[in-house]
Write a new protein. Structure first.
Length: 600
């Protein structure tokens, strides 16, 4: 079944269809949500996702996804009494230091960027509405602007953040994919935005807000970006799924099916669009046969070129230098997702999402010096146990992959996998999204699994080559999957626009085309799928020609399309393949039908 720091997508069960942008709220310190000293008494779940160091490396700022808090840790102190919290609410997903006096925090649930003053007791300065579903933020060196990536609205927002004045949205840049990880390069003149799911990097002129191009290379799950090699190399932590390999023990064991990598790409080639991105590139393989490193996450690099990578799926970090043959590894907490390194390169701080802790790593001695607990944890619910299993690479043979590896945060990586679900090898199929999967039985392209529990067991044993799961763990995983809602359509995620009346009319006309073309035969509302298999004029390499239609809910957030990924876009589905159209469409009918599909 799966950033400079890792910005793990928050659980998509909380997705909602909210508007895209609004103006700034009151620019004034808010007296509520005052910080509390040593607020660690009550048991709960916090889930730290991102960390940032103060300008003098004396404080560590930690944001938590589940409890919606900012933790301020006094690093010279030796006990947990030095921890203060600021309750922010919502579902926090990232934090960055703007300057010596301010932080910027992303709240995905409220679709906001929160500015926080850090002098003395931290306090909220401003809450600013940004494009819907923001997940990541990066700041300029001067702190006078930052950029926010918004997942489901496929946008990057530039926020001007002048000291002593209200922040405001300066511009919004539309992208051809759902972005997550961001990095500013070339003296902050270029912004690199990595796709959240597939292997794409958007290069943006950060001064003019213009998309310069999209670079592609074999990868998915890009979760870490950093600049190293004396400013000449782009570090990318990612995974690679090989569609030519099979889901058999040998191919999994040797890392042929799924590899986990720290790629070093020439920064100039990425920024300028050099055709061969691998010219002058090299790679640190993360893990090897018998000791893999599923789901690499956040990356940080020190001034002396010491790099640290969080290995989220196995609860470890990897560290070393660019010219090392391989990277050393050490155990930290459960599901490490983000890393920050002090200016003197002596210490690293690792956010462990599922153990509610921060690991303090002595990089000179190569050991974990101590672990800072964010508080006692309550017992997990069944859904929470299932979520932890979903992100656990140790479920697979040698820990090469987790469920999240092929289904990033429950979605799809846009690639094909050759597994045995259709009782044959040699015909790789597109990885299907699991968002909204609870009501779309049966499962697999050939509808071979009538129950979600059966598909979970088959995926772990046959695809991941893991051990047989006990029934209670299968039930936990299935419970988590049933909690995942479909993503919002691109149209809704971007919110209302000036032509909303015409747009609604186009949706209505498109729905009429959908009905008259008998698309409902296979894609019946409200789920826009059916439990049967159909011969729709497509055939895989093994001669199979009957397929179960995927749901069209959230279809604008997927792609490529068909079992073999042969249709790059929805336009290709209609225009190049004329997919199951009983009669040719006029230009207006085609435009209306596409608008309708993008509204689902």
């Amino acid at each position: 079944m799966q950033m400079p720091r890792f910005r793990l997508a928050v659980t998509l069960a909380a997705c909602c269809l909210c508007g895209a942008m609004a103006g700034a709220e009151d620019y004034a310190p808010q007296k509520k949500a005052a910080p509390t000293k040593n607020a660690l008494a009550g048991a709960g779940l916090r889930e730290p996702l991102a960390v940032a160091l103060s300008a003098d490396d004396q404080k560590l700022y930690v944001i938590t996804r589940r409890s919606g808090e900012l933790y301020v840790i006094d690093l010279p102190a030796t006990n947990e009494a030095s921890v203060a919290t600021l309750a922010l609410g919502g579902m926090l997903s990232d934090v960055v230091r703007l300057d010596a006096h301010r932080l910027a925090v992303v709240d995905q649930a409220a679709h906001q960027l929160i500015l926080i003053a850090t002098d003395g007791q931290p306090k909220v300065l401003q809450r600013l509405r940004v494009s819907s579903h923001p997940v990541s933020v990066v700041a300029s060196k001067q702190g006078d602007r930052c950029f926010v990536s918004s997942l489901w609205s496929h946008r990057v927002s530039q926020i001007d953040t002048p000291p002593g004045a209200p922040a405001h949205v300066a511009r919004v840049i539309d992208l051809p994919f759902a972005p997550r990880t961001l990095l500013l390069a070339k003296n902050d003149s270029r912004l690199i935005a990595a796709a959240a799911f597939a292997g794409q990097l958007a290069v943006i002129d950060a001064q003019r807000g213009k998309l310069l191009g999209v670079r592609r290379f074999p990868s998915h799950n890009i979760r870490g970006l950093a600049v190293g090699g004396g400013g000449k190399m782009l570090l990318v932590s990612h995974q690679m799924l090989n569609e030519l390999a099979h889901t058999v023990r040998n191919d999994v064991h040797w890392g042929l099916l799924m590899s986990n990598d720290l790629r070093w790409l020439p920064l100039k080639g990425v920024l300028e669009g050099t055709e061969d991105l691998y010219a002058g590139a090299h790679m640190h393989p993360l893990g090897d046969a018998g000791h893999a490193a599923g789901d690499p996450a956040g990356v940080a690099i020190a001034n002396d070129r010491l790099v640290v990578v969080a290995l989220a799926g196995v609860g470890e970090i990897a560290f070393g230098r660019e010219d090392d043959f391989s990277l050393a590894r050490m155990r930290v907490g459960e599901h490490p997702v983000d890393v920050a390194i002090t200016a003197d390169s002596r210490r690293a701080y690792v956010a462990n999402q599922f153990s509610d802790s921060i690991s303090v790593v002595d990089l000179e001695q190569g050991r974990v010096k101590r672990e800072i607990s964010l508080g006692p944890m309550r017992p997990l619910t069944q859904l929470e146990r299932g979520e932890r299993l979903f992100y656990n690479a140790r479920l697979s043979h040698d820990a090469w992959m987790s469920c999240h590896s092929c289904h990033p945060d429950g979605h799809a990586n846009g690639l094909r996998n050759d597994n045995f679900t259709d009782a044959s090898f040699g015909a790789p199929k597109q990885v299907l999204s699991l968002l909204g999967v609870s009501k779309t039985a049966p499962y697999a392209w050939n509808a071979s699994s009538p129950s979600l529990e059966g598909q979970v067991a088959k995926s772990v044993q046959s695809t991941m080559q893991g051990d047989e799961l006990p029934p209670e763990q299968i039930a936990d995983l299935a419970a988590y999957l049933r909690s995942l809602r479909p993503p919002p359509s691109l149209l809704h995620a971007r919110g209302q626009r000036a032509d909303v009346e015409n747009e609604n009319a186009a949706i209505a006309r498109g729905r009429d085309v959908f009905s008259k073309q008998d698309c409902m035969r296979c894609h019946q509302p409200p789920l826009y799928t059916t439990p049967k298999t159909y011969d729709v004029g497509l055939q895989d390499k093994e001669g199979n020609h009957e397929f179960n239609p995927p749901s069209l809910r959230g279809v604008s957030q997927r792609g490529p399309y068909f079992h073999d990924g042969s249709a790059e876009s929805l336009e290709d589905v209609l225009h190049e393949f004329g997919h199951q159209l009983e009669n040719p469409l006029s230009e207006q009918q085609s435009a209306d039908l596409l608008t309708f599909l993008r509204s689902l």
